[in-house]
Unconditional design. Structure first.
Length: 267
Protein backbone atom coordinates (compact mmCIF):
# COMPACT_ATOMS: atom_id res chain seq x y z
CA UNK A 1 0.00 0.00 0.00
CA UNK A 2 1.23 3.50 -0.86
CA UNK A 3 2.13 5.68 2.10
CA UNK A 4 -0.72 8.10 2.92
CA UNK A 5 0.10 11.80 2.66
CA UNK A 6 -0.84 13.84 5.68
CA UNK A 7 -0.73 17.04 3.59
CA UNK A 8 -3.63 15.73 1.48
CA UNK A 9 -5.63 14.53 4.48
CA UNK A 10 -5.45 10.93 3.30
CA UNK A 11 -7.20 8.35 5.50
CA UNK A 12 -8.13 5.30 3.47
CA UNK A 13 -11.34 3.41 4.27
CA UNK A 14 -10.39 -0.26 4.75
CA UNK A 15 -13.41 -1.79 6.52
CA UNK A 16 -15.24 -4.00 4.02
CA UNK A 17 -18.48 -4.00 6.01
CA UNK A 18 -18.61 -0.19 5.99
CA UNK A 19 -17.80 -0.14 2.27
CA UNK A 20 -20.73 -2.50 1.67
CA UNK A 21 -22.99 -0.33 3.84
CA UNK A 22 -22.08 2.78 1.84
CA UNK A 23 -22.70 1.02 -1.49
CA UNK A 24 -26.09 -0.23 -0.25
CA UNK A 25 -27.28 3.35 0.33
CA UNK A 26 -28.42 3.63 -3.28
CA UNK A 27 -28.85 1.61 -6.44
CA UNK A 28 -25.99 2.32 -8.83
CA UNK A 29 -26.57 -0.41 -11.41
CA UNK A 30 -26.64 1.19 -14.88
CA UNK A 31 -26.30 4.64 -13.29
CA UNK A 32 -23.64 7.27 -13.87
CA UNK A 33 -21.34 7.51 -10.86
CA UNK A 34 -18.51 9.82 -9.79
CA UNK A 35 -16.11 9.45 -6.89
CA UNK A 36 -14.08 12.19 -5.24
CA UNK A 37 -10.77 11.07 -3.77
CA UNK A 38 -10.86 7.34 -4.53
CA UNK A 39 -7.43 6.87 -2.93
CA UNK A 40 -6.40 3.21 -3.09
CA UNK A 41 -9.68 2.26 -4.78
CA UNK A 42 -11.32 0.20 -2.03
CA UNK A 43 -14.72 1.85 -2.45
CA UNK A 44 -14.14 2.23 -6.19
CA UNK A 45 -13.86 -1.54 -6.70
CA UNK A 46 -17.16 -2.03 -4.86
CA UNK A 47 -18.78 0.60 -7.08
CA UNK A 48 -17.51 -1.18 -10.21
CA UNK A 49 -18.80 -4.53 -8.89
CA UNK A 50 -22.29 -3.00 -8.84
CA UNK A 51 -22.11 -2.29 -12.59
CA UNK A 52 -22.54 1.47 -13.09
CA UNK A 53 -22.99 2.66 -16.67
CA UNK A 54 -20.01 5.02 -16.29
CA UNK A 55 -17.58 6.17 -13.62
CA UNK A 56 -15.67 9.42 -13.15
CA UNK A 57 -12.79 9.45 -10.65
CA UNK A 58 -11.07 12.61 -9.40
CA UNK A 59 -7.82 11.96 -7.52
CA UNK A 60 -5.29 14.70 -6.70
CA UNK A 61 -2.40 12.41 -5.69
CA UNK A 62 -0.39 11.63 -8.82
CA UNK A 63 0.97 8.31 -7.49
CA UNK A 64 -2.48 7.10 -6.42
CA UNK A 65 -3.93 8.21 -9.74
CA UNK A 66 -1.32 6.14 -11.60
CA UNK A 67 -2.05 3.10 -9.42
CA UNK A 68 -5.78 3.44 -10.02
CA UNK A 69 -5.24 3.66 -13.76
CA UNK A 70 -3.19 0.48 -13.64
CA UNK A 71 -5.39 -1.51 -11.25
CA UNK A 72 -8.80 -0.56 -12.63
CA UNK A 73 -8.12 -0.90 -16.34
CA UNK A 74 -10.42 -3.94 -16.48
CA UNK A 75 -13.39 -1.54 -16.30
CA UNK A 76 -13.54 0.29 -19.60
CA UNK A 77 -16.09 2.94 -18.67
CA UNK A 78 -13.83 4.96 -16.33
CA UNK A 79 -12.69 8.53 -16.84
CA UNK A 80 -9.87 9.22 -14.41
CA UNK A 81 -8.77 12.80 -13.68
CA UNK A 82 -5.57 13.55 -11.78
CA UNK A 83 -6.89 16.86 -10.50
CA UNK A 84 -7.54 19.00 -7.44
CA UNK A 85 -11.26 18.68 -6.70
CA UNK A 86 -11.44 22.32 -5.60
CA UNK A 87 -10.39 23.33 -9.12
CA UNK A 88 -12.33 20.64 -10.96
CA UNK A 89 -15.50 21.67 -12.78
CA UNK A 90 -18.14 18.93 -12.75
CA UNK A 91 -20.71 21.03 -14.62
CA UNK A 92 -19.90 19.87 -18.15
CA UNK A 93 -18.70 16.37 -17.25
CA UNK A 94 -21.55 14.85 -15.29
CA UNK A 95 -24.39 13.05 -17.00
CA UNK A 96 -27.88 13.66 -15.61
CA UNK A 97 -28.78 11.79 -12.43
CA UNK A 98 -25.13 11.07 -11.54
CA UNK A 99 -24.50 9.74 -8.03
CA UNK A 100 -21.39 11.21 -6.38
CA UNK A 101 -19.47 9.42 -3.64
CA UNK A 102 -16.69 10.99 -1.61
CA UNK A 103 -14.52 10.11 1.38
CA UNK A 104 -13.62 13.77 1.71
CA UNK A 105 -10.32 15.02 3.15
CA UNK A 106 -11.16 16.58 6.52
CA UNK A 107 -9.28 19.80 5.78
CA UNK A 108 -11.31 20.71 2.66
CA UNK A 109 -14.59 18.84 3.17
CA UNK A 110 -16.71 21.94 3.78
CA UNK A 111 -15.21 23.69 0.73
CA UNK A 112 -16.09 20.69 -1.44
CA UNK A 113 -19.65 20.61 -0.12
CA UNK A 114 -20.18 24.35 -0.65
CA UNK A 115 -18.81 24.06 -4.20
CA UNK A 116 -21.38 21.34 -4.91
CA UNK A 117 -24.13 23.55 -3.47
CA UNK A 118 -23.03 26.49 -5.61
CA UNK A 119 -23.26 24.67 -8.96
CA UNK A 120 -23.98 27.16 -11.75
CA UNK A 121 -26.73 24.93 -13.10
CA UNK A 122 -29.60 24.12 -10.71
CA UNK A 123 -31.03 21.59 -10.39
CA UNK A 124 -27.60 20.03 -10.89
CA UNK A 125 -26.72 16.94 -12.91
CA UNK A 126 -26.13 14.93 -9.75
CA UNK A 127 -29.09 13.17 -8.11
CA UNK A 128 -27.34 12.23 -4.85
CA UNK A 129 -24.25 13.10 -2.86
CA UNK A 130 -22.93 10.40 -0.53
CA UNK A 131 -20.19 12.17 1.39
CA UNK A 132 -18.10 11.26 4.39
CA UNK A 133 -17.15 14.02 6.84
CA UNK A 134 -15.40 14.37 10.16
CA UNK A 135 -18.20 13.74 12.68
CA UNK A 136 -17.88 17.24 14.15
CA UNK A 137 -18.43 18.80 10.70
CA UNK A 138 -21.36 16.49 9.97
CA UNK A 139 -23.05 17.61 13.18
CA UNK A 140 -22.82 21.22 11.98
CA UNK A 141 -24.33 20.30 8.60
CA UNK A 142 -27.39 18.52 10.01
CA UNK A 143 -27.94 20.86 12.99
CA UNK A 144 -31.25 22.68 13.51
CA UNK A 145 -31.84 26.10 15.04
CA UNK A 146 -31.67 26.46 18.83
CA UNK A 147 -28.80 23.97 19.00
CA UNK A 148 -25.10 24.66 19.60
CA UNK A 149 -23.95 23.29 16.22
CA UNK A 150 -26.42 25.35 14.16
CA UNK A 151 -24.77 27.95 11.96
CA UNK A 152 -23.68 28.98 8.48
CA UNK A 153 -23.01 25.48 7.21
CA UNK A 154 -26.40 24.05 8.22
CA UNK A 155 -28.28 27.04 6.79
CA UNK A 156 -26.45 27.09 3.44
CA UNK A 157 -26.61 23.30 3.08
CA UNK A 158 -30.32 23.07 3.82
CA UNK A 159 -31.15 25.76 1.24
CA UNK A 160 -30.28 23.48 -1.66
CA UNK A 161 -29.83 20.02 -0.18
CA UNK A 162 -32.03 17.63 1.74
CA UNK A 163 -30.40 15.19 4.17
CA UNK A 164 -31.86 11.77 3.38
CA UNK A 165 -29.96 9.71 5.96
CA UNK A 166 -26.66 9.51 7.83
CA UNK A 167 -24.63 7.18 10.02
CA UNK A 168 -21.40 7.31 12.02
CA UNK A 169 -18.19 5.42 11.25
CA UNK A 170 -15.51 4.53 13.80
CA UNK A 171 -11.98 5.86 13.29
CA UNK A 172 -10.85 2.22 13.48
CA UNK A 173 -12.23 1.67 9.96
CA UNK A 174 -9.43 3.72 8.37
CA UNK A 175 -5.72 3.55 7.65
CA UNK A 176 -4.02 5.49 9.03
CA UNK A 177 -6.43 5.78 11.93
CA UNK A 178 -7.56 9.40 12.32
CA UNK A 179 -8.05 11.00 15.72
CA UNK A 180 -11.80 11.42 15.24
CA UNK A 181 -14.81 9.45 14.03
CA UNK A 182 -16.56 10.12 10.74
CA UNK A 183 -20.13 10.40 9.48
CA UNK A 184 -21.57 9.51 6.09
CA UNK A 185 -24.38 11.80 4.92
CA UNK A 186 -26.67 11.17 1.94
CA UNK A 187 -27.96 14.36 0.29
CA UNK A 188 -30.56 14.95 -2.42
CA UNK A 189 -30.77 18.26 -4.29
CA UNK A 190 -33.88 20.31 -3.61
CA UNK A 191 -35.46 21.00 -6.98
CA UNK A 192 -37.69 23.85 -5.79
CA UNK A 193 -37.31 26.19 -2.83
CA UNK A 194 -40.25 28.40 -1.85
CA UNK A 195 -37.90 31.34 -1.24
CA UNK A 196 -35.87 32.08 -4.35
CA UNK A 197 -32.41 33.57 -3.80
CA UNK A 198 -30.83 34.62 -7.09
CA UNK A 199 -27.23 34.32 -5.89
CA UNK A 200 -26.38 31.95 -3.04
CA UNK A 201 -23.31 34.09 -2.28
CA UNK A 202 -25.76 36.52 -0.69
CA UNK A 203 -26.94 33.85 1.73
CA UNK A 204 -23.29 33.26 2.60
CA UNK A 205 -22.80 36.97 3.28
CA UNK A 206 -25.87 37.22 5.50
CA UNK A 207 -25.02 34.15 7.56
CA UNK A 208 -21.38 35.18 7.85
CA UNK A 209 -22.33 38.51 9.40
CA UNK A 210 -24.93 37.01 11.74
CA UNK A 211 -22.68 34.26 13.04
CA UNK A 212 -19.74 36.61 13.45
CA UNK A 213 -21.93 37.95 16.29
CA UNK A 214 -23.04 34.49 17.36
CA UNK A 215 -23.50 35.28 21.06
CA UNK A 216 -24.83 38.80 20.55
CA UNK A 217 -28.37 39.97 19.95
CA UNK A 218 -29.17 40.08 16.24
CA UNK A 219 -29.87 43.81 16.16
CA UNK A 220 -26.14 44.46 15.55
CA UNK A 221 -25.98 42.05 12.61
CA UNK A 222 -29.19 43.44 11.08
CA UNK A 223 -27.93 47.00 11.42
CA UNK A 224 -24.73 46.01 9.62
CA UNK A 225 -26.70 44.55 6.70
CA UNK A 226 -29.72 46.84 6.35
CA UNK A 227 -30.41 50.55 6.56
CA UNK A 228 -34.01 50.08 7.74
CA UNK A 229 -33.19 47.05 9.88
CA UNK A 230 -36.04 47.67 12.35
CA UNK A 231 -38.56 47.69 9.50
CA UNK A 232 -37.10 44.44 8.13
CA UNK A 233 -37.35 42.86 11.58
CA UNK A 234 -40.97 43.96 11.91
CA UNK A 235 -41.94 42.59 8.48
CA UNK A 236 -40.39 39.23 9.26
CA UNK A 237 -41.65 39.18 12.86
CA UNK A 238 -38.10 38.92 14.21
CA UNK A 239 -37.36 39.77 17.83
CA UNK A 240 -34.29 42.04 17.81
CA UNK A 241 -33.14 40.60 21.12
CA UNK A 242 -32.86 37.10 19.61
CA UNK A 243 -29.51 35.39 19.07
CA UNK A 244 -28.49 34.12 15.59
CA UNK A 245 -29.02 30.45 16.50
CA UNK A 246 -32.67 31.16 17.40
CA UNK A 247 -33.65 32.09 13.82
CA UNK A 248 -34.71 29.19 11.62
CA UNK A 249 -33.34 28.59 8.12
CA UNK A 250 -36.37 30.11 6.41
CA UNK A 251 -35.81 33.47 8.09
CA UNK A 252 -32.22 33.53 6.82
CA UNK A 253 -33.44 32.79 3.30
CA UNK A 254 -35.90 35.68 3.55
CA UNK A 255 -33.18 38.00 4.87
CA UNK A 256 -30.93 37.02 1.95
CA UNK A 257 -33.78 37.77 -0.44
CA UNK A 258 -34.27 41.24 1.10
CA UNK A 259 -30.53 41.76 0.81
CA UNK A 260 -30.79 41.10 -2.92
CA UNK A 261 -34.09 42.61 -3.94
CA UNK A 262 -34.25 45.79 -1.93
CA UNK A 263 -30.59 46.72 -2.14
CA UNK A 264 -30.64 47.84 1.48
CA UNK A 265 -26.96 47.27 2.05
CA UNK A 266 -25.46 49.60 4.61
CA UNK A 267 -22.22 50.91 3.08
Amino acid sequence: MLKPKKSLGQNFLIDKNIISKIISLTNIKNKSVAEIGPGTGNLTKAIIANKPSSLILVEKDKNLSSELELNLNYFKKIKLFNSDILKFDFNDRLEKETIIFGNLPYNISTQILVNMIKCRKWPPNYSKLIFMFQKEVAEKIIAKNNTSNYGRLSIISSYRLEVVEYFDISKNCFFPKPKVNSTVIVFKPKIINNIHIKNIDNLEKVTNIFFSFKRKMINKALAKLFIDYKLIAKRLNIDLSSRPAELNEELYYKLAKYYEEQNLIKL
